[in-house]
Every structure is written in C-alpha cells, then in structure tokens.
Design a protein around this ligand. Structure first.
Ligand code: PBG
Length: 324
C-alpha cells in the first residue's frame, strides 16, 4: 500500500491534478463580516491596532452593507459603541441605542442578514460583560438584561442574535424572551466555546470595552482545559442555539473539529481581532504576503470543520474571489 516507487505521492501535486483534488475553497456566503459602529463619530476612523478596519458612523453603514451584499458575504455582525455608558449598560437595550438605530438604517437599503452581537461590555461603565454584585459579574441578574437586549435587537430587525457574554443559561433565557415577544423566527448564533484569550486585544481597543478592573476569566473558558468546551456547546444546543461558535479560531482548530464531529448543528469559528492584526502587521513589515496568509488561514479553519467563519478579512477575501 502506498509504497514508493509504485506510489509517488507527488503525482497528486502535479498541475491539473492538484486543482482537481482541492476540497476546500473560501465561499463568501460562508463568511460573516464584523462591523464596528460608533455613535459619536462624524466620519469613519481607522482602528489603530487593526489597520484596514474602521469604526463607522451609522450613516456609512448602508453603503458598506450594500457592498458586502454585492460581494455575496453571508452576513454582517454588528458591534455598537455608544456615546455614553452607565453601570447597568442601559444603552444596550434602548430603542434608540446605537445598534438598534444602525440596524434600522441598514434595513432601509440592504437585505444582507444582520447578526447583532449581544454583550454588555461596550455599554457598562465597568467594561464588564454583566452587572456587578460585590465586584463580581452576577450571572442571573445579567440574564434579565440580556433578554431585553435580544428583544430590542430583534425588534429593530436583527435576523440573528449572537450572545457573547458567556453567562450560564444565556441562550435559553434569550430564546424564551424572543419567543414570548413573538420573535420565533429570529435565530441564535451562540458564542458557545469562547476562551479568555489575549487575541481580543485589538477588539477591546476598537470597541473601548476593556474591563476597568479584573479580567473575564470568571466566565470565559480556560484555554488550557479540554472538557468544558464540549459541555458549553452541548448546553447551548440544548438551550436552543441554532449555530454554535468557537473562538478564537486558530488556537482552537482541534475544538472546531471535535465539535463538528460530535454535534449535528452548524459550527462557526471567529477569526478574531488579534489573528487579523498579526497577519496585517507581518505583511506591513514585509515578512509575509497578506493575501497568501489570509487564504491559508481561512481555508485551514474551514478544513478543521467550520461551516461559517467570522472574519475581518471577509470583504477583501470576497473581493479577491470575485475579482471586483
Ligand atoms: C464582547 C466580544 C468580544 C469579542 C467579540 N465579542 C471581546 C471580549 O470578549 O472581550 C472579541 C472579538 C475579537 O477579538 O475580534 N464580549
């Protein structure tokens, strides 16, 4: 079996053979493009730690989403940066909140599916993902707020709600809140296995969402464990998640594979800010070729088993593919 010289594996790599045997390719419809929308801006501002990515004004979103739609991008994922923050993060569920206004604005012009990130860290003065009780993020009181946020985002027109706060029971709570409010058709993309990762650094600069004290280790997963990812995914599916998400992508390719093999639901992976910025920075220094490293990265995440990839490279990758 497969022994040289009868077998010569290099024959698989000959021109024409290699192309025919390529199993994975990047399809724009399988990409989700994250967008930051900042209520206080007059015009877009480049994010220093993420060259090529911007904090946008609400008014810029229709054109951006129309472009993403034309490129065949599967969906956009919205992160809001409110003008003011408070202890309870009330801006997250206000009808006039930044994300709610952004969704309504996009909906007037574009049919692209909208995913709304659901977390409190951009809205609380503490920068924490939930309400604090004795200095700790309190699980159950936070769930009530999450339910309200979900209903207000769905009411504004979000097609998907993506809870990223990692509270126990958040998916079930949000599913019930949506159903009771008549949003049975709104889907849930749950950040199920999200580890406490240093690769979120650029995002926190972009969204101004660093915790003012402490860290997120009381709710985000320990990347050095191997059992809790599957437990988290299993419970999110039981609570009603339509698609589960693993994050960050590259440090978790094994988790993506296991989730894909073990569960029947679609698996998404989040190629996060730090992963984006590494490829950018390296290319800007002339150390690696940007397009080549992006393509290799995205294909490897799909090969690991992801059905969908959330990535800041989405627009560029779709442009390369379509030649537009
Ligand atoms: C909000 C949230 C974060 C990211 C997505 N949703 C930041 C965090 O958990 O601190 C990170 C995404 C990225 O790094 O691109 N909780």
């Amino acid at each position: 079996m497969h022994q040289y010289p009868v077998s010569r594996l290099r024959r698989y790599r000959r021109k024409g053979v290699r192309e025919m045997l390529t199993s994975f390719e990047i399809r724009p419809s399988r990409l989700i493009y994250p967008i930051f929308v900042d209520e206080s801006l007059e015009r877009r501002e480049e994010i220093k730690s993420m060259p090529g990515q911007y904090r946008h004004t609400i008014g810029e979103l229709p054109a951006l989403c129309t472009r993403a739609g034309k490129l065949g991008i599967g969906a956009i994922l919205l992160f809001g940066i409110p003008r003011t923050k408070d202890a309870a993060g009330t801006g997250a569920y206000s009808d006039n909140g930044v994300v709610q206004r952004a969704i309504r604005m996009i909906r007037k012009k574009s049919t692209i599916p909208i995913v709304a990130d659901l977390c409190l860290c951009e809205y609380t003065s503490s920068g924490h993902c939930g309400l604090l009780k004795n200095g700790e993020v309190d699980n159950d009181s936070t769930l009530d707020i999450y339910g309200r946020i979900a209903v207000s985002q769905a009411g504004a027109g979000a097609d998907w709600i993506a809870p990223s706060g990692m509270m126990d029971g958040q998916v079930g709570h949000i599913r019930r809140a949506l159903d009771e409010a008549g949003f049975q058709d709104t889907s849930i993309l749950s950040y199920a296995a999200k580890s406490a990762s240093s690769f979120y650094g650029p995002f926190r600069e972009a969204a101004g969402s660093s915790p003012s004290s402490g860290d997120r280790k009381s709710h985000q997963l320990n990347y050095a464990s191997r059992f809790e990812q599957m437990l988290e995914i299993e419970s999110d599916i039981a609570e009603g998640a339509d698609v589960i998400l693993v994050k960050p992508a590259l440090p978790n390719l094994d988790i993506i594979s296991r989730a894909k093999e073990r569960f029947g639901v679609p698996v998404a992976a989040y190629n996060v800010s730090g992963e984006y910025s590494m490829l950018r920075a390296s290319a800007m220094n002339g150390w690696t070729n940007y397009r080549d490293t992006v393509e290799e990265t995205l294909v490897s995440i799909f090969r690991a088993g992801a059905d969908i990839v959330v990535t800041y490279h989405a627009l560029e990758a779709a442009e390369w593919i379509s030649g537009k």
